[in-house]
Structures are given as structure tokens and as C-alpha cells.
Design a protein. Structure first.
Length: 433
């Protein structure tokens, strides 16, 4: 395109036929042509963990559904606060007869009546509705907490899969060079055909590791994208982060206090006690008598009259006894459930803390000692084998040890991060900045 542009302009300028108007028109035409050319889409930059969590909060369909449910529950507060509607009745009798008919004159009657609630029923209905909304909001917060944990776990698993693929690729490249060198030694007569075949067979294991690592990365990426609300997974989706164990200086007691203050499932249990207490008051109020008061206007023939009505139910048998008893038992059950939730919070934090301590202990040993040691052994035996100073079996054993130690170290770092995420989940607090 650029060559065509240059030839066209050079030809026009050489002939002297390019006027100012035509020059501007040609520039405009070329601008339209270049604008119409679709540029290749650039892949999105890799996501950090914080960005992934923000996307999940905004797009995860489970969370979107939960937010709508909270809004729907909040609408019950409007219903609970509504007052009783008045009733209007209009009736007529003998309207086809003249007013002067002494036997049966026509009659029109208009009546307005309204039930008046006693016992503060509206107040307790509102209390039940408000407390129920709070419980629903806390349940949504707990769903969000679980979803964020899933995002963190999937994110960490994808980082692990990326690192495992790098390790598998490095091992495959390194061993492929050994196979090439061994082929040269075979051709030179330095090793036997059997030794070369054993070396070549070992390459299949490294190739299988590389293929399995690719599959693990694809599946981990799909899982992250599913949690982010992406309908169709993209092959160019990528994330960025580290698996190096981070510093951590909080105590288990601090985690327990944070959990009791912030855990939404425990808050929902405490709020359920409020719902139960308000339900007791509402049941008691429902046992009170609600009178209905009405006023009436009547016109009979040419005469007008007014009257009133008072209707009071006689609650001789039904005084809402069953609901009063049921709500009291439900309130006691809610208090036991709150105690159980509190105990569960403490237990969750303690178990997560124990898992973190075990994971960081293992990861520290691998990172500070075993990984470097395995690399030194592999490098020394590789050099020695290539120069005829060690046996093939010793070299292959060193390769297997190096491969396994690196994978074990990667798994240990992964477990540290997963335990940190689990501890944050148990405490409902971000324990890392």
C-alpha cells in the first residue's frame, strides 16, 4: 500500500498535473481507504488478581443474580409498611320505583369503612422485613466471599499451570540437547546403540509432561474465565502474578477477631436472631383484636340519614396461640444457630492457620535448599556424563530428581498461596496488601 502511494504521488508530481484541490481530494480518499483497513486486534494485557476479582464482582452471573435477589427482598419492606386500605360500598334498592311509592320507596346507601390495626402490627412487620433484608444481604455477601475465593484459587492454579509449562518446556529443551549430543556420540562410537535408545526413550516422558502442562493451562484458563463471567473462553486470555510466598505477620488471634467482626455467614446468623425476635412481637400483635370502623350515608325516597358501624371480632378461640409458641421456639433455635456459627468461625480460622503454617514450612525448605541442590546435582552429572565421567543411570536419575523437585517446589508455593486465600476466606479479611 505504501509503495502504491509513493508511485502515485511521484507520477503526479512529475507530470505537474496535481492541483491543490485534487491533492486535498486524493488525501481525503486515501484517508478513507486506510481507515477502512481493519487492523488486527491486539490482545488484552494480562490481568492481575485484583483486576480479576473486580471483573468477577461486576460480571459473574451468580453474583448478578444474588444482587437482584437482595433488591427483590428489600421490596418486601414496602409491603410491610403499607397501611390498611379503606373500603367503599355503594348500594341501591328498589331504584326502579318512584320516590312517592309508600310501600317500598327507593333507597341509596354509601358506606366507607376501615380496619384499624392494634398491637403495633405495622411496626413489627417492618422490623421483620428490615431484618430479613439484612439477612439476605449478608447471605449475598457470603456468596460473594465464596466466589472471590474460587477466583483466587483458579487464579493461583492458572499461575501454577503457567509455571509448570515453563518448567516442562525448559526440561524438554534441555533434554533435547542431550539427545542431540548423544546422537553425535553414537555416530562417533563413544556410546552404544542401547544407551542411546534409553536416552531417546526418556525424551517421551519429557514430551508427555509438556503436553500435559499445556492441557492443564488451557483448563485452568477456562475456569478463571468462567468465574469472570466470560461466556466463551478466549485462547489469548492471560494473567500475571507471582507464586513466591509473601511475607505475613498477623497472628491467629487477630485472624479470629477479624473473622467474628466480618464473616457474613456469622452476621447472617446473628441477624436471624433479630428476625426471630421481631417475629415473636408480630405474633403477639397478631393475637390482638382489630376493630373495623365505618360511616354510612343513606337516602330513602326524599329522606337523608347518616349512621356508623363498629365491628369487633370476638377472639374467643383463635388468639394466634400456635404462632406465638412457634416463633418462640424458632427464636431459641436461632440463638443456638448463632452459637454454632460462632464456633464454626473460630474453627475455620484455626484450621486455615494450621494449613498455612504447614504449607509455608514445606515451601521454605524447598525454596531455600532442595531446588538449588537438585540443580547442582543435575548440572554436575550432566557435565560428567557428557565427558564420560559417570554412568547413564546416574545421569537419568539426576534428571528425574531435578524434574520432580522443581514440580514439588512449585506445588509447595501453590499450597502457600491457596492456604493464604483460604485464611482470608475464613477471616473474611484481605490479609495481604
Amino acid at each position: 500500500m505504501s509503495q502504491l502511494f509513493n508511485r502515485l504521488f511521484n507520477r503526479r508530481f512529475e507530470s505537474g498535473a496535481m492541483t491543490g484541490t485534487r491533492f486535498r481530494g486524493l488525501l481525503f480518499l486515501l484517508a478513507l481507504v486506510f481507515r477502512s483497513i481493519a487492523l488486527p486486534a491486539q490482545p488484552a494485557p494480562p490481568l492481575t488478581l485484583e483486576q480479576a476479582i473486580a471483573l468477577a464482582r461486576a460480571n459473574n452471573p451468580v453474583l448478578l443474580s444474588g444482587r437482584q435477589h437482595v433488591t427483590a427482598t428489600k421490596a418486601n419492606e414496602v409491603t410491610a409498611g403499607l397501611r390498611q386500605n379503606p373500603n367503599f360500598t355503594l348500594s341501591g334498592a328498589e331504584v326502579s320505583l318512584p320516590a312517592s311509592n309508600p310501600a317500598s320507596p327507593y333507597t341509596y346507601t354509601a358506606n366507607v369503612s376501615r380496619l384499624f390495626e392494634r398491637g403495633q402490627k405495622r411496626r413489627w412487620r417492618l422490623d421483620v422485613a428490615h431484618a430479613t433484608t439484612d439477612v439476605t444481604q449478608s447471605q449475598y455477601n457470603d456468596t460473594e466471599r465464596q466466589t472471590i475465593l474460587q477466583v483466587k484459587q483458579a487464579f493461583t492454579n492458572m499461575l501454577t499451570a503457567k509455571a509448570a509449562l515453563r518448567i516442562a518446556g525448559d526440561n524438554l529443551d534441555s533434554y533435547s540437547k542431550t539427545v542431540d549430543l548423544s546422537k553425535a556420540r553414537l555416530n562417533a562410537g563413544d556410546i552404544s546403540a542401547t544407551d542411546f535408545d534409553r536416552i531417546d526413550l526418556q525424551l517421551a516422558e519429557f514430551e508427555a509432561d509438556n503436553n500435559a502442562a499445556k492441557l492443564d493451562l488451557i483448563q485452568a484458563s477456562d475456569q478463571v474465565q468462567l468465574l469472570l463471567g466470560i461466556a466463551k473462553p478466549s485462547k489469548v486470555f492471560d494473567i500475571t502474578g507471582t507464586l513466591e510466598p509473601p511475607p505475613f505477620n498477623q497472628t491467629m488471634e487477630q485472624m479470629e477477631q477479624s473473622a467474628l467482626a466480618a464473616r457474613p455467614d456469622y452476621q447472617a446468623a446473628a441477624q436471624s436472631v433479630r428476625v426471630a425476635d421481631a417475629s415473636i412481637h408480630l405474633a403477639d400483635a397478631e393475637g390482638t383484636t382489630d376493630p373495623t370502623l365505618g360511616g354510612e350515608y343513606e337516602r330513602t325516597a326524599t329522606y337523608n340519614s347518616a349512621g356508623f358501624q363498629i365491628s369487633i371480632p370476638l377472639r374467643v378461640f383463635d388468639r394466634n396461640q400456635g404462632e406465638k409458641e412457634r416463633t418462640r421456639y424458632e427464636a431459641q433455635a436461632s440463638r443456638f444457630a448463632e452459637t454454632a456459627a460462632r464456633n464454626q468461625v473460630i474453627n475455620d480460622v484455626d484450621q486455615a492457620w494450621a494449613a498455612y503454617e504447614a504449607a509455608i514450612d514445606i515451601a521454605t525448605r524447598y525454596n531455600s535448599h532442595y531446588v538449588a541442590e537438585a540443580q547442582r546435582v543435575r548440572d554436575n552429572l550432566e557435565y560428567s556424563y557428557r565427558h564420560g565421567g559417570t554412568t547413564l543411570l546416574d545421569y537419568l536419575d539426576a534428571l528425574r530428581d531435578y524434574r520432580q523437585i522443581n514440580l514439588d517446589a512449585l506445588t509447595a508455593n501453590q499450597q502457600v498461596w491457596l492456604s493464604i486465600h483460604q485464611l482470608s476466606f475464613a477471616a473474611a479479611t484481605e490479609i495481604l496488601p
